[in-house]
Write a protein that binds this ligand. Structure first.
Ligand SMILES: Cc1cc2nc3c(=O)[nH]c(=O)nc-3n(C[C@H](O)[C@H](O)[C@H](O)COP(=O)(O)OP(=O)(O)OC[C@H]3O[C@@H](n4cnc5c(N)ncnc54)[C@H](O)[C@@H]3O)c2cc1C
Ligand code: SF4
Length: 487
């Protein structure tokens, strides 16, 4: 009987009321920090609640915050966007695409009213073209190279057109490719992320039987566990895996980790070829005093929890969040903290803006969500009694190309600190390394005969979804040529 009375009040105060246990009370007062306290002492969380707590926002607001970053184009919008393409000869956008998609051809196919043909053009080069249309930093790749960007500062919207075409075909459940005659060869792929899936699909298409092993209970790699939730909504990563596997000839086995259940020598003995696509599973520690305090966590683990949460109101987030790092992971952790209802979110990066690996677009996205970007600062210590309360940062300068601390310190209030610094290879499987990754030559050949590697775990290339897809595809072609004796 109290619900009708209090719901309008919660709405006025922009506070959550879903899932609340309504307790008897004789009056409500709203504190200066907008926290509502019922007279029996029960508090509800909001943006200003101290500590790391769940439900800072209500279900509706969270749902709205985590909808698609870019709405899909309608048919009319796609036609108008496609009409802006000059269909350039030697198109610079194609050269800038790591998977070499024939962009002018697919845009022409959209403009002539055949989006399914456009999708086939895309998938022919990039079988994860649906995900890449959502997550590619196009502002640094194809769209940056587009001649209309150069001339007018407004490129053809290649990414959104790619999504328009790929969604059309995938929504119909159509797999445009069929398998070649069976070769009788069996190939193992370790890691069901973009590199592994791309390799597996191409090998299956060429007639090989592929077994994909993955340590995790779901396939997709960082598409499933890492990419920001607002870039891939409606369980798209899982739907894409199902669609990709519909070609046949791919068996995915979960709960098999290389180094534990799987040994490289056994795989080499049982399969004609092995492709390693295990990504970068490790995260470096900050290596500063207080790193182990409550509230200090890996950004990747936080994002993974967020991506797998069926109810975002259950996910705790700090009132004051600080993210250490300068890449996409840092931006994603920061923006999503803000979307979960954190009051202040700061990205602290040790170099200047231009050195950040997150693109300018990603930086602006963070700023537009109210994330503060702090440049030229490095973490020195984390303070707090058991749990983090403040992070101490030192200003930096670059002298003779070397980053040094200036000695000037600042302290930023924080009840949650996320590490989003360089990720590391967790399983090297006894193979030769090149720096912190697996050494490869050509299209992914490792130091061990019969073993290829690609994606984030292999040396060279950007750590991007599209690059992983390209490397998986190219390794599959090289494996095929080797197995069929044409190499
Ligand atoms: C938070 C975050 C956000 C990102 N956002 C973007 C973005 O917006 N756009 C973009 O282009 N790129 C983004 N990236 C980078 C992109 O996700 C990666 O470059 C890409 O996923 C690499 O693909 P992969 O197949 O090499 O590795 P992963 O996607 O990491 O897949 C590796 C697979 O191997 C499995 N595995 C790991 N170890 C083992 C083992 N020992 N045995 C068996 N299986 C194992 C894992 O479970 C996983 O399924 C982001 C990365 C992160 C961390
Ligand atoms: S560079 Fe731009 S205008 Fe030229 S083909 Fe590519 S998308 Fe079209």
């Amino acid at each position: 009987m109290f619900i009708p009375l209090i719901m309008p009040l919660f709405r006025m105060a922009q506070l959550p009321y879903h899932g609340l246990k309504i307790l008897p009370f004789d009056k409500i007062f709203i504190c200066a920090n907008m926290q509502i306290r019922l007279t029996d002492g029960v508090d509800m969380n909001n943006t200003f609640t101290p500590g790391v707590v769940p439900a800072r926002l209500g279900t509706d607001e969270l749902q709205e915050n985590f909808t698609d970053l870019h709405a899909p184009l309608s048919g009319h919008e796609a036609a108008v966007a496609a009409d802006r393409c000059y269909f350039c000869h030697d198109a610079p956008c194609v050269t800038a695409c790591p998977t070499d998609i024939d962009i002018p051809l697919f845009i022409r196919q959209i403009s002539t009213g055949t989006p399914e043909a456009a999708a086939t053009t895309i998938f022919d080069m990039n079988i994860l073209g649906g995900m890449c249309a959502r997550v590619c930093p196009t502002e640094d790749l194809c769209e940056q190279a587009c001649v209309r960007e150069l001339a007018e500062g407004k490129p053809v919207e290649i990414g959104r057109l790619q999504r328009f075409a790929t969604d059309k075909l995938m929504n119909k459940g159509v797999m445009p490719f069929t398998r070649a005659q069976a070769t009788g060869k069996k190939v193992a792929v370790v890691g069901a992320g973009p590199a592994g899936l791309s390799c597996a699909h191409r090998l299956a298409m060429l007639g090989h039987d592929v077994t994909v092993y993955d340590a995790m209970p779901k396939a997709g790699g960082l598409n499933e566990y890492g990419i920001a939730a607002y870039k891939t909504t409606d369980d798209f990563a899982a739907r894409e895996v199902d669609w990709l596997c519909s070609i046949g000839g791919i068996e995915i086995k979960h709960g098999f980790a290389l180094g534990d259940e799987l040994k490289i020598d056994d795989l080499v003995g049982c399969f004609a070829a092995v492709f390693l696509a295990v990504g970068l599973g490790g995260v470096n520690a900050l290596g500063i005093a207080g790193d182990d305090k409550d509230g200090v966590a890996d950004a990747v683990s936080f994002i993974q929890e967020l991506r797998q949460a069926s109810d975002l109101t259950t996910l705790p987030v700090g009132r004051n969040v600080v993210v250490i790092g300068g890449g996409m992971t840092a931006v994603d952790a920061a923006v999503q903290s803000k979307l979960l209802g954190a009051d202040t979110v700061t990205i602290a990066y040790r170099r200047g803006r231009d050195a950040m690996s997150a693109s300018r677009y990603e930086q602006d996205l963070a700023a537009s969500h109210g994330v503060k970007l702090l440049f030229n600062v490095q973490p020195k210590a984390i303070h707090g009694n058991g749990a983090v309360a403040e992070i101490e940062l030192e200003y930096t300068a670059t002298e003779n190309g070397k980053l040094t601390g200036t000695g000037e310190m600042i302290r930023v209030p924080a009840d949650q600190v996320f590490r989003a610094i360089e990720q590391t290879l967790a399983t090297e499987a006894g193979l030769k390394l090149d720096g912190r990754k697996l050494a490869i030559t050509g299209a992914g050949r490792t130091s061990l005969a019969g073993v290829w590697a690609g994606g984030d775990c292999a040396a060279g290339g950007d750590d991007l979804t599209v690059t992983a897809v390209a490397e998986g595809r190219d390794a599959a072609m090289d494996i095929h040529a080797t197995l069929m004796g044409s190499n």
